[in-house]
Design a protein around this ligand. Structure first.
Ligand SMILES: Nc1ncnc2c1ncn2[C@@H]1O[C@H](COP(=O)(O)OP(=O)(O)OP(=O)(O)O)[C@@H](O)[C@H]1O
Ligand SMILES: [Mg+2]
Length: 243
């Protein structure tokens, strides 16, 4: 493994395990310049490595560029540029919220060459109107603040393991749930998301259906949720929209 990595990074001087992030079997910073993310090829989510490789060319302006990949000796490794930053804060007073919204408006349309799930498929089990979520845009969908890296006054979106084709407002809407979980009043969370014009212009009916789907999903997977307050945050959001 070390030999494999060194073929790309040069001789190993330092290796620092990243503790944030719990899905990958390997997540390590090599020589302060390369972030290596790896899964065994027989891991049930090994396909997410390939998905990240496919999507990276389309999002290099808002994420860490992928420099190399290797699938060998039972390992699937992706080597990205190391970005020297910190995880975003979603607290109401956070200075990170503005650059995050500015980043989101740079999302491209969903690339034709990459097989992506439709938003209506992703959330069909949690909505009776999932067709309202569809559209032509690329969505990231996993707004855990650990996936948003802040360097200086810029935000970068990491971990494109669950890219989805959907309406342009899907990502700001996913973000709203996290903002509420981190202490925003639902009206303030929506105002933040509305800095992304597509969310401001989204049909009320569709966003309310999406809020309901998020509440149902986070309740369903509460035991494995990445944040304990997501299901109640989504329920609070639904209450706000339907009051
Ligand atoms: N290019 C990078 N530069 C610097 N740090 C990075 C980079 N990519 C990822 N990280 C850090 O490593 C962590 C884990 O990366 P990532 O989220 O891609 O993997 P993961 O194992 O799928 O994580 P999780 O399962 O928690 O979502 C990130 O939260 C971030 O702190
Ligand atoms: Mg992650």
């Amino acid at each position: 493994m070390q030999g494999l990595i060194e073929q790309h990074t040069g001789p190993l001087v330092s290796a620092r395990q990243v503790t944030e992030g719990f899905n990958s079997e390997i997540s390590v910073v090599i020589n302060d310049s390369t972030f290596v993310k790896g899964l065994r090829t027989d891991h049930p989510r090994a396909w997410t490595q390939e998905r990240e490789r496919q999507i990276n060319p389309y999002v290099r302006h808002v994420t860490a560029p992928l420099r190399w990949s290797r699938t060998e000796d039972g390992w699937d490794l992706n080597g990205f540029d190391f970005l020297d930053g910190r995880a975003a804060s979603y607290k109401p007073s956070s200075p990170d919220l503005q650059p995050i919204a500015a980043m989101m408006i740079q999302w491209p349309t969903a690339p034709d060459g990459v097989e992506l799930k439709q938003a209506s498929q992703r959330w069909s089990a949690y909505s009776d109107r999932p067709e309202l979520f569809d559209g032509a845009w690329l969505s990231h969908t996993d707004w855990s603040p650990g996936n948003v890296l802040i360097t200086g006054d810029r935000a970068y979106m990491l971990d494109w393991a669950w890219p989805t084709r959907g309406a342009r407002w899907i990502d700001p809407a996913c973000w709203v749930v996290w903002l509420i979980a981190e202490g925003h009043h639902p009206a303030h969370a929506e105002a933040r998301a509305a800095r992304v014009q597509a969310f401001a212009a989204a049909p009320d009916l569709a966003v309310t259906a999406f809020a309901r789907a998020q509440a149902a999903m986070w309740e369903d997977i509460a035991e494995n949720a990445p944040h304990p307050a997501l299901d109640s945050a989504a329920t609070t959001w639904v209450g706000h929209r339907t009051a």
